[in-house]
Design a protein around this ligand. Structure first.
Ligand code: ADP
Ligand code: ZN
Length: 531
């Protein structure tokens, strides 16, 4: 338009106003966009909801040519393209869901320079035909979304991403922008290295989500605890409940419906139509709860998700952060709630030991789980621990908006209790050549003459009944925390307890074991009873 004589808007700002209808850039969006528009490479770490999409969409519109976006989320491409088209952006995608004709039309538009943005799945870059196609058109920018998928030490590695380094080799003059919402220092370095972006500028936004309240409670009766949490704090709110298995997804949704909360299941075992229907209800309706496996939520842009609940332990802190990050994108108070118990640890260890993958893969999965357990068992601020995990400084030692800050857990000297657990494990192994799971160990400590105790003569052990000062739930808490601290380990199909290299230091009284106190009664369980 005609110059007004005062300050002229930059092309980027004009595009923000005219195309997207927003008043101003957020956070570092403007510096990122300016840098890429000027032709520079960028690595962008920004939490979910931070506004990563504009960081490549605007350069794609402002620079001549088509912006090519590499994304692993094939299922979302149609939605993303529809949303852009609704704004008047000429967008398209090429992936395996299209038939030959649809793909041909898209390719023709791309070659004719009629697309502003083209979404591509990473596996397409393995095909010479795709590279040839890209070589025949003008490209304004390459955006590599979910860039952490290139990191082999990350939690979401995809081999196809390794091939993306060729973009920089074949198109040295086209700027590249790599974006992710989850990056520890190690992942961050790996992204830069594997994508071959040594000269990229790095933009690292704060990963703090101050409006999300983090809470992790001991698991007793998880569905009842969940129900109480929802009724007391989130009646009528939209939210996501994550479960590990399809079966528990179904059961939880049923249970909530029976108890007056509208909930639908979402998992990969449902047919595509049902999944799409449940997803679009979630996006459109006000207070729907979706019970889902982790497959749900990636890239879904619903600003008013008021809570994310976990009934099972996520496999990594990255996963936990990503999933909880789907709450409260609108900046309003939201809750990340999780119930977690000893059985989670046993189950996850079993999955790792019995799962596919080589030794290195298992070690990696194990260390991801360890960090997750440390977050669950910490007596410090959860937010501070999360931010430290992502290599960022917490603003304060205490955030005032997580359970450990709101009700600081008492700690106690658990050295003697730890010794009792460990000596029981030692006795069983040395005197009987036996290994047992946590349940049997606790029965022995409590002096319970169960059928299984009698069957194995465990009432004859010198440690039988030496732990009557604690209740069963408290012993579970002790064992969980010993697991989290690496002072004991579980192994095998039955989740039997075994010593670790550091167990000896406890048995030899060389170290004190500090434990957090279990809440006397889980508040949620109390509320559920009064229903
Ligand atoms: P991310 O990909 O980082 O999770 P999105 O790009 O999906 O985040 O953006 C999250 C939400 O914030 C979207 O609804 C988006 O339209 C909105 N948004 C992004 N940037 C701005 C801005 N500058 N002004 C207003 N809203 C914005
Ligand atoms: Zn805190």
């Amino acid at each position: 338009g005609a110059a007004t004589g005062t300050v002229t808007e930059s092309d980027a700002l004009r595009t923000l106003h005219r195309v997207f209808g927003y008043d101003a850039f957020r956070g570092e969006q403007e510096s990122i966009i300016d840098h890429v528009v000027a032709g520079g490479d960028a690595v962008v770490l920004m939490p979910t909801g931070g506004g990563k999409s504009l960081c490549y969409q605007i350069p794609a519109l402002v620079r001549p040519g088509t912006g090519v976006v590499i994304s692993p989320l094939i299922a979302l491409m149609q939605d993303q393209v529809d949303a852009l088209r609704a704004l008047g952006v000429r967008a398209g995608f090429i992936n395996s869901t299209q038939d030959f004709d649809e793909r041909r039309v898209m390719e023709a538009e791309f070659l004719a320079g009629e697309l502003d943005v083209l979404y591509l799945a990473p596996e397409r870059l393995r095909l010479d035909a795709t590279l040839d196609l890209l070589g025949r058109a003008k490209i304004s920018v390459f955006a590599i979304d979910e860039a952490h998928c290139v990191a082999q030490w990350g939690h979401d590695f995809r081999p196809d991403y390794l091939a993306l380094s060729l973009l920089g080799e074949r198109w040295p003059d086209v700027p590249r922008i790599a974006l992710t919402a989850t990056a520890t220092d190690a992942t961050h370095r790996e992204i830069t290295h594997r994508l071959g972006m040594p000269d990229a500028r790095h933009f690292v936004a704060s990963f703090d989500r101050p409006n999300i309240q983090y809470r992790i409670v001991p698991k007793a009766e998880p569905k009842k605890q969940l129900l109480a949490f929802l009724k007391e704090e989130h009646a009528g709110d939209a939210g996501i409940v994550y479960c590990l298995s399809r079966n528990s997804v179904e059961k939880t949704a049923e249970f909530l419906c029976k108890n007056g909360i509208e909930a639908v299941p979402y998992h990969a075992g449902l047919d595509g139509g049902t999944r799409a229907a449940h997803q679009s209800r979630f996006l459109r309706e006000d207070g729907l709860v979706v019970c889902a496996t982790i497959a749900f939520g990636m890239g879904i842009d619903k600003p008013d998700v008021r809570f994310v609940a976990h009934l099972d332990l996520p496999k990594s802190v990255e996963g936990y952060y990503q999933e909880t990050g789907r709450a409260g994108r609108d900046g309003l108070p939201s809750t990340a709630w999780m119930a977690y118990g000893l059985q989670d640890v046993v189950q996850q260890r079993k999955l790792i030991q019995g799962g596919e993958g080589d030794e290195a893969f298992r070690r990696r999965a194990s260390s991801h789980l360890d960090s997750m357990l440390a977050l669950c068992e910490t007596a410090q601020c959860r937010r501070a621990q999360l931010l430290t995990y992502f290599g960022q400084e917490a603003g304060a030692e205490s955030c005032g908006n997580c359970d450990t800050c709101l009700t600081p857990p008492e700690t106690w000297d658990g050295t003697v209790a730890a010794q009792k657990v460990l000596s029981t494990v030692v006795r069983l192994q040395r005197e009987r050549g036996q290994k047992f799971g946590a349940g049997q160990i606790i029965d022995i400590l409590l002096g319970k003459k169960t059928a299984k105790v009698i069957q194995f003569d465990h009432d004859q052990l010198s440690v039988f009944g030496i732990g009557e000062e604690l209740a069963e739930a408290e012993w579970r808490g002790v064992i969980r925390q010993l697991l989290a601290q690496g002072l004991i380990a579980v192994e095998g199909e039955y989740g039997t307890l075994v010593l670790t290299d550091t167990s000896g230091s406890v048995l030899g009284r060389e170290r004190e074991v500090r434990l957090r106190k279990e809440p006397k009664r889980a508040p949620a369980a109390r509320a559920a009873k009064s229903d």
